[in-house]
Design a protein around this ligand. Structure first.
Ligand code: PNS
Length: 172
């Protein structure tokens, strides 16, 4: 039987334990997973594309079934170039559904042979997003348990991470 493969695309700014959970679950289903890190010059990111790719590569250094690549352009074209016709997306909550549904159907209309495969992360991560992680880290909150240790360290390096005392500010 030929090896099965899937692509797992995202911004990964930065990769969280929810993403790691999805990759690990995906490995139970697929022989090979290509983690595709979006390089979008129009979207400002905290970590450069190179840094985002590197962090995920380091986390999965011992797993040759996980490849990490940067991509730009259409996801469906990149999936084909990687020799796969399955796109994995994580679904955390109903609130994710509408955006994911639109994206899956747009991808299907662009490339009918590509299938989107939705996976649910552990309930422990159902509230977790890279956006919130960046915000908490920037305000000096703890991201322990939300991102892998090396990612937490990179966040501290980037953002300082000193806790600010809350103060009231004048409105208006
Ligand atoms: O982690 P994100 O930001 O939710 O990931 C979004 C991503 C990278 C999957 C999506 O923006 C994407 O596929 N971009 C590539 C451009 C593309 O193919 N657009 C048309 C599909 S809707």
């Amino acid at each position: 039987m030929p090896d099965s493969s899937a692509i797992y695309p995202g911004s990964f700014d930065p990769v969280t334990n929810g993403h790691v959970d999805i990759i690990e679950r995906g490995l139970r289903v697929f022989d090979r997973i290509v983690v595709a890190v979006l390089k979008n010059p129009k979207k400002a990111t905290l970590f450069t594309t190179k840094e985002r790719v590197r962090m995920i590569q380091d986390l999965f250094a011992s797993k040759k079934e996980v490849e990490v690549r940067a991509f730009d352009g259409l996801l469906v074209d990149f999936a084909k170039a990687q020799g796969t016709n399955v796109v994995i997306r994580g679904l955390r909550a109903i609130s994710d559904f509408e955006y994911e549904f639109q994206m899956a159907l747009m991808n299907r209309s662009l490339a009918p042979d590509i299938e989107t495969f939705f996976m649910m992360p552990s309930v422990n991560y159902s509230f977790l997003s890279s956006n919130l992680v960046r915000e908490v880290a920037a305000l000096g909150g703890s991201v322990e348990g939300l991102v892998p240790g090396p990612v937490a360290r990179r966040l501290r390096q980037k953002l300082g991470g000193s806790k600010k005392s809350p103060k009231s500010i004048k409105a208006g």
